[in-house]
Design a protein around this ligand. Sequence first.
Ligand code: TYD
Length: 147
Amino acid sequence: MDRRRRSLGCGAVSVDSAQLVSLPKIADPRGNLSFIEAGRPVPFAIKRSYWIYDVPGGETRGGHAYRSLQECIIALSGSFDVHLDDGERKRRVSLNRSYLGLVVPRLLWRRLDNFSTNAVCLILASDYYDAADYIRDYAEFLREVRV
Ligand code: TYD
């Protein structure tokens, strides 16, 4: 077992495992079109979608991790930053394209900020809403990823 897996625990998830996926894009002078179908290209079955919008300047969303939920985050409109943290390393991904999805595995702390005016953040999730799946306390998150 390498040093990183010892410090983060056997089920460790690295910030590198979050993946940007390209969604199909049908370019058209009348306006572009993108789509997502069951099983492709988002690599999990989508059970729920929600969106974040009308974010006041300077506000932050997220600030938690999920014990089992996977998500795909898309900047449908405008731009924002996603800050990922695996308990050891941090990574920032700026999203500003409607045809790119950021697939975020379980057990990564995430925070979204730097929303542009009129940004719309669409999130596709692998399961129904479950408050018990959230880890909202960062110290608790560190304890769980280091088990
Ligand atoms: P939360 O997930 O904390 O928001 P974010 O991480 O985007 O900042 O959710 C905010 C509130 O909305 C919280 O009271 C739970 C509720 N909620 C639902 O009822 N259903 C959902 O699908 C989501 C994502 C949140």
